[in-house]
Design a protein around this ligand. Structure first.
Ligand code: HEC
Ligand code: HEC
Ligand code: HEC
Ligand code: HEC
Ligand code: HEC
Ligand code: HEC
Ligand code: HEC
Ligand code: HEC
Ligand code: HEC
Ligand code: HEC
Length: 297
């Protein structure tokens, strides 16, 4: 009894898959084996016309129809059974049921080789269970370009309150005004650098991308600019100092490395009277100079 039933089931199943096989074979001549379970995006449109017309057709992912022919099903998985079940929810990949990392894995099947996203797995975001869908939404993006759930910087402030506080300081990069974005300096998809900070294409500090005049080379380099980098004196986000210094007054910064007693071994005696507090009045070429050893011009 049991074997007869199984045999019959087997025959029916083979016939069915044969039928499905030849149907898809006619349509696209590729990957016949998995194609058997795919219904094709046109089938999805029959019941999900709104999603198709309003949340798919006009988005970059419409290209997935051309690229591998699977469209909707390239993210939601093969949907033939879902269709046959009249929309059985348990027979289709629902992102609401996936963990963040499972969802990201599906996205990375296509985006994982791209230069920008390929380090995602080792990013601070991925490591802290932040996934693609915390920032992107294929169907409900508020920002069409890049399919972001929200525009920067609000997108980032939602999770990074301290960055919001930094950019509320009196002097700051004008990120809130849209002159720069967080992602000008950070690669949110991960880099090998600390703090997910980008480098220039040449591998130099991100700051040089826009402040190339500070790069030199100079005949007289100010050593820490090269050895310790911009952040030894500046904060990257915002500051109470007009030049984004780590300290409120410039002399306090210089004195961290140039001890007061040592100053003036060759030049004037740099006592800490008013006259000598504004160090960069006399040493304006503080990032390096081609003319003067003491950065006086
Ligand atoms: C015969 C009509 C029909 C077809 C064809 C169909 N669906 Fe559905 N689909 C439904 C119904 C009904 C639901 C359940 C809606 C509900 O309960 O909220 C559903 C639910 C879904 C869900 C889950 C939505 C959620 O709540 O998260 C996804 C994803 C989905 N369909 C994708 C597809 C894809 C992809 C295709 C094409 C392969 C497709 N559907 C084809 C009728 C259909
Ligand atoms: C690039 C991957 C991708 C493609 C392609 C895609 N979806 Fe989705 N779909 C998602 C994700 C992710 C969600 C969860 C909601 C979100 O983040 O936008 C979702 C949610 C849904 C839902 C649940 C309701 C909703 O709007 O949230 C339905 C139904 C659905 N998709 C159907 C489709 C259909 C039909 C197509 C083709 C016309 C399609 N999807 C193409 C990724 C995709
Ligand atoms: C079947 C392959 C495929 C899958 C799976 C896929 N994508 Fe895409 N994605 C594409 C293609 C193709 C484009 C358009 C071309 C491009 O920008 O590379 C694209 C574009 C994008 C863009 C850029 C939009 C723009 O304006 O530049 C984002 C963001 C994106 N996808 C996010 C996602 C997310 C999030 C997921 C997972 C829910 C996902 N993708 C799954 C193929 C895929
Ligand atoms: C913390 C937020 C965040 C997360 C998490 C995130 N993205 Fe992005 N993504 C962005 C922002 C912001 C941009 C636009 C700026 C840029 O290009 O860096 C972007 C741009 C993109 C682009 C288009 C530009 C390009 O580089 O090709 C793609 C594709 C993309 N993301 C895919 C993904 C995928 C896939 C994942 C998950 C593996 C993911 N993103 C995770 C915020 C995020
Ligand atoms: C869903 C929440 C979430 C969103 C949205 C988000 N982040 Fe994050 N981000 C985190 C978490 C969690 C970490 C890891 C813990 C930490 O360092 O704060 C992190 C880490 C980082 C780091 C590394 C910090 C370090 O100490 O190494 C940077 C840089 C960063 N995020 C920038 C951004 C930017 C830029 C955006 C917007 C495009 C953004 N994040 C959006 C949650 C988020
Ligand atoms: C001008 C370049 C630049 C911009 C714009 C920028 N960052 Fe940063 N950010 C940096 C650098 C450089 C560091 C590393 C600081 C350090 O190592 O001392 C950093 C550090 C961080 C950190 C690590 C924790 C901390 O505060 O040190 C987070 C989180 C972060 N940034 C988020 C953001 C967010 C969110 C935005 C946009 C609202 C943003 N950044 C805009 C350059 C920038
Ligand atoms: C994407 C371009 C960009 C990058 C990258 C960038 N900056 Fe800026 N920076 C600007 C712009 C534009 C201004 C002018 C600000 C304004 O007018 O609001 C500025 C202003 C400044 C100022 C104040 C100048 C003044 O006196 O007004 C300092 C200091 C500064 N940046 C340091 C840095 C450091 C340090 C880094 C690296 C962490 C960096 N910048 C990265 C674009 C950039
Ligand atoms: C040794 C400390 C120090 C280091 C390191 C340093 N700066 Fe500065 N920077 C200063 C001081 C001090 C000022 C204010 C000069 C003034 O008062 O006019 C300044 C001013 C600036 C300004 C605004 C005024 C101008 O000259 O354009 C920018 C932009 C700037 N720095 C960028 C950078 C960048 C980019 C780096 C890394 C390549 C860097 N700084 C490294 C001390 C430093
Ligand atoms: C992070 C440490 C550091 C900071 C901060 C710093 N310097 Fe320097 N500075 C050095 C080093 C190291 C040298 C190389 C010569 C030396 O060892 O004294 C140097 C050299 C100099 C020289 C040339 C002296 C010579 O004999 O070659 C001058 C002038 C100078 N700094 C002025 C300043 C001023 C003004 C400030 C504040 C705006 C400042 N420095 C901040 C570390 C620093
Ligand atoms: C009124 C102008 C003036 C001010 C303000 C000033 N300096 Fe100088 N500084 C000089 C002169 C002049 C020299 C000698 C230059 C030479 O030898 O060519 C000098 C030389 C130096 C030197 C290198 C020689 C040495 O003695 O080691 C350092 C370092 C230095 N100053 C740091 C500072 C610091 C730090 C401040 C702020 C606390 C400051 N200067 C404020 C005029 C000034």
């Amino acid at each position: 009894m049991k074997t007869a039933f199984l045999t019959r089931l087997f025959v029916v199943a083979s016939l069915l898959s044969l039928f499905a096989f030849s149907a898809t074979e006619k349509r696209e001549h590729s990957k016949p084996v998995d194609a058997a379970q795919y219904a094709g995006s046109d089938a999805c449109m029959a019941c999900h016309e709104d999603v198709y017309k309003k949340q798919f057709e006009g988005t970059p992912h419409f290209q997935t129809i051309k690229k591998d022919g699977h469209g909707c099903e390239s993210c939601h998985g093969p949907g033939a059974e879902h269709v046959a079940g009249g929309g059985d929810k348990t027979k289709i990949v629902r992102f609401a049921d996936l963990s963040r990392s499972e969802a990201s894995k599906r996205c990375l099947e296509c985006h994982g080789q791209a230069h920008a996203q390929r380090n995602f797995g080792s990013s601070a975001h991925s490591g802290n269970d932040v996934g693609c869908l915390d920032c992107h939404s294929p169907h409900h993006a508020e920002v069409e370009r890049q399919l972001l759930v929200k525009a920067q910087p609000e997108l980032c402030y939602g999770c990074h309150a301290s960055a919001r506080a930094d950019f509320a300081r009196p002097y700051r990069h004008r990120v809130n005004e849209g002159l720069l974005t967080c992602s000008d300096c950070h690669n949110v998809h991960g880099t090998s650098a600390l703090r997910q900070v980008r480098a220039t294409p040449g591998g130099d500090a991100v700051c040089y991308k826009c402040h190339a005049d500070k790069q030199g080379p100079f005949i007289y380099e100010h050593v820490p600019v090269k050895t310790e980098g911009c952040m030894s004196c500046h904060t990257p986000h915002g500051s109470t100092n007009p030049r984004f210094l780590r300290v409120s007054q410039v002399n306090l910064l210089c004195l961290q490395c140039h001890s007061a007693p040592a100053l003036g071994s060759s030049g004037p005696a740099h006592n800490q009277s008013q006259k000598y507090q504004a160090c960069t009045m006399c040493h304006p070429a503080i990032h390096g100079s081609n003319l003067n050893l003491a950065f006086m011009k």
